[in-house]
Design a protein. Structure first.
Length: 330
């Protein structure tokens, strides 16, 4: 190394040290983002996850001054998109929206990915399941329904809301376990989602559904169904007349579908911190709150540490439910 090169290197090193001493942020964080950012969504365009990701991306773009482009990577029951987020370069230019399925897929043997495969940035949304019956059902409260389920032979009552092993199926299993009943006390009828399940409920083909209340909203508002309780720590302000399971039955059980933003593992801390701060601005904005409220989606904030803890707890809960239902291949 020449004398000039040594002097230049020494000067550069001294400048970096001086910047750190006076609390200046590294240039990496100051410059980020210097180009467009890709936001991967593991589910199709037009759905709730896609809609939530697009409002978040639009508000991040507004705040950070670079395009945040939503890309839908579907397939494999969510495996394709979640894999694309996890395998991206950890430079902050590919992030994505994780969903509750990341705490379920590895138990089903679909992938080795777990919540620990990512750099959590922020929890943005959670929608707990409601327990819905048709408007012609004789059960006016969730306790009346629960008492009838307990008294009936296994399989007499039929429920739906999603496919076998989906989040709403596992919510039902968790509720049964919380009541001390076998996982199959209520027979699960697989469906292609909450909408067809609610139609089947209204037509008399099911005894109950365990999908989110926003998904059931259209049938409820049409007077064809009613929600008896939600599996959440607190009532949804949009559906404030629906009690929690704890209020109605004294059962402290809560679960739900959720959405959060994460990057690949080993995302530089300064970039992760900047993104979490920007996501907090998004969450606190009137635009985000109005968008979510108008659709009946629940809003819940969790910073990076909270989101990591939240996912770990949910992962264990989903594992227990899948094992009880005989669905775990892990």
């Amino acid at each position: 190394m020449s004398k000039i090169t040594r002097r230049t290197f020494a000067a550069s090193t001294a400048a970096v040290a001086a910047s750190a001493a006076f609390g200046f942020k590294p240039a990496l964080a100051q410059a980020y983002p210097a180009r467009p950012v890709t936001v991967i969504v593991p589910w199709g365009a037009g759905g709730g996850t896609d809609a939530t990701a697009r409002i978040v991306a639009a508000l991040l773009e507004k705040d950070l001054g670079q395009p945040f482009n939503v890309v839908n990577r579907t397939g494999g029951s969510g495996v394709v998109g979640h894999s694309a987020i996890a395998s991206a370069q950890p430079d902050g230019y590919t992030i994505g929206m994780l969903t509750v399925e990341i705490s379920m897929m590895h138990w089903q043997g679909l992938t080795e990915l777990t919540p620990k495969s990512y750099t959590p940035l922020a929890l943005m949304n959670e929608d707990p399941p409601g327990i819905q019956v048709s408007s012609s059902s004789p059960y006016k409260t969730v306790k009346e329904l629960a008492d009838a389920i307990k008294a009936a032979p296994p399989g007499k009552f039929k429920a739906s809301g999603t496919g076998q092993g989906g989040i709403w199926h596992l919510a039902l299993v968790g509720w049964m376990q919380a009541m001390g009943l076998p996982a199959n006390q209520v027979a699960w009828v697989p469906s292609n989602g909450a909408a067809p399940a609610m139609q089947d409920l209204a037509a008399g083909g099911l005894d109950l559904t365990t999908c989110s209340v926003p998904e059931a909203r259209a049938i409820i508002e049409a007077g064809k169904a009613r929600s008896l309780a939600i599996m959440a720590p607190a009532r949804n302000p949009i559906f404030k007349d629906v009690p929690t399971l704890k209020e109605a039955m004294g059962i402290d059980y809560a679960t739900g579908a959720w959405r959060g933003i994460a990057g690949p593992k080993n995302l530089p801390p300064e970039i992760a911190t900047k993104l979490t701060a920007a996501l907090k601005k998004v969450y606190d904005s009137a635009e985000y709150k109005d968008f979510m409220s108008n659709r009946g989606f629940g809003t819940v904030w969790g910073d990076a540490a909270h989101f990591a803890s939240f996912m770990d707890k949910g992962d264990a809960q989903m594992g227990e439910a899948m094992k009880a239902a005989g669905l775990s291949k892990a």
